[in-house]
Design a protein around this ligand. Sequence first.
Ligand code: PLP
Length: 388
Amino acid sequence: MEREIYFDNSATTQVHPEVADLMHETMIRNYGNPSSLHKKGVQAEQAVSHVRKILAGALQVAPEEIYFTSGGTESNNTAIKGIVHAYKSRGNHIITSNVEHPSVLNVFDHLEELGFRVTYLRVNENGVIDLDELQDLLCNDTLLVSLMHVNNEVGSIQPIKEVGEILKGYHKKVYYHVDAVQSFGKLPVYPGKWGIDLLSISGHKFHGPKGIGALYIRKGTRVKALVEGGGQEKSLRSGTENVPGIVGLGKAAELAVQDREAHAQKMNAIRETLASRIREKVPNCRINSNFDGTGAPHILNISFPGTRSEVLLHYLEQDGIYVSSGSACSARKGKLSHVLTAMQLTEEEMEGSIRFSFSYFNEMDEVMPVVESVTKAVKELRELTGRK
Ligand SMILES: Cc1ncc(COP(=O)(O)O)c(C=O)c1O
């Protein structure tokens, strides 16, 4: 079989075999409903409680502060809508950035239609927000700040801890939500210590299953439920728990967190080597991700002006290489990426941008075949369009 190189791990990851085995075992043996009073129910409930403890340990928070959801999108929706609806008497102003995932941006659009005043923090050319701008925007009416930790398109890291400090020091309580979907398991993140009230994670980004995630909610924070029903998850999220998914999420989290630093070093070495080899071999390309500790270890976004990323992506696919188009608009009505637009790239740079994203499953010997394939494809595409 032709070798496949999967460099699209920010889209999703392969389920770890140990995770799949444990889920299989759970599905056929531990199939009880956690709400049932008999032994089968108790066993299922114990499995769920065990994972709550694993996630709490990884985030250094209390198990009662962990709630299971269907993934990042639901965690983000629950956190943001849940806070503004629970506390709307306390303020009408909500803040986010203009490089968030659509599961945040579209919720803010919806809340704006409902009458909330929305402010979007801008980012600099490195994709990072400005703390002074945030400080200036805070006012007596501000209710919520929602920010992503790692950007899914370029891997920029927001100063999450510093924002927490600013909000802790503000004279009025402002709720703070962090979308940690791209950072959990890759960077340290400690919501309890960092002043974060709500934090979203998603299993399929770190070799867990799809359709399962979690939301950390600081003790004492009220969140209005999106789904009503049998009262599971302390009535925040009714519906019979996805026990195999939860068990898989726990195993994947354990595997990701126990060797987090070694994994991050491995991914970052692959990322740096790929960036420098491409820079050597491909003239006129632009690296859109940050280095020297200021960029996430697993995301590398590069523009190849004179190409179209969708076409380039399919060229690479013919060599068994899987990447993402960094140019496609994933959030708003415009044609091009809202993140690259916010970072002020030219149209040509945006149109030819590719996201390579890594996991601890990747190996250094995958780099050179990708460099060769990219070099060849970019050359051919530029010749077709008459570019050098
Ligand atoms: C930053 C970020 N937030 C949220 C999500 C949504 O997560 P899920 O696919 O689990 O709904 C993603 C997924 O791409 C993401 O990258």
